[in-house]
Design a protein around this ligand. Sequence first.
Ligand SMILES: Cc1cc2nc3c(=O)[nH]c(=O)nc-3n(C[C@H](O)[C@H](O)[C@H](O)COP(=O)(O)O)c2cc1C
Length: 197
Amino acid sequence: MSEYLHLIEKRRSNYDLGRNVTATKEEINELIATVVHHNPSSYNSQSTKVIVLYDLEHDDFWDLVSNQLEKIVAPERFPATKKKIEGFKKAFGTVLFFEDESITGDLVKKYPSYAQNFRIWAQQANAMVQYGIWVGLGVMSLGGSLQHYNEVIETAVWQAYDLDRSWRLIAQMPFGSIESAPNEKAKKIEGRMIIKE
Ligand SMILES: Cc1cc2nc3c(=O)[nH]c(=O)nc-3n(C[C@H](O)[C@H](O)[C@H](O)COP(=O)(O)O)c2cc1C
């Protein structure tokens, strides 16, 4: 139990990520596959999909993000944006999280009385996959952060990876070695948990 709690405590938003990784890609892939495979989902719909990027694919992805942002960010602000993206690019790899809307759409048709819930449940299931991977990275002394460039990059991502347009982009998680510890963040449990016995 204490090991599990320790991993939960250890998970942080790590922005200073690098490539000093001793874990193998196979070990990282096994973590991600295990989380995706065993994650719960409403009606066991399994609509969460992921793409794992390493090496040049990882670099190309963050160049794609930068190129798309350059189209919408004011020129005077772009150098700061570019610097931030270059930070993500220094990481070892990236996980892209998707929800397959064709699956959710089928459920909406099949169970109309729950129609308004399926997209919410799909987002919840996707978040569980994100969290499982994020916490699990700690086992290999790796860290990550959660990014959401979704609307800005989705069309370019569909094109780059030749994806079905039903794969809606939900989040991006750059991950790698933790090059410096993140600042402490104030977190409270008081008032957030009620125990009745
Ligand atoms: C649903 C959700 C969305 C988030 N979106 C972003 C994001 O787009 N960019 C980012 O840098 N961090 C994002 N975060 C990370 C939070 O800012 C972070 O978890 C929070 O400040 C607590 O810090 P910690 O992760 O180090 O515990 C997100 C977290 C959650 C749960």
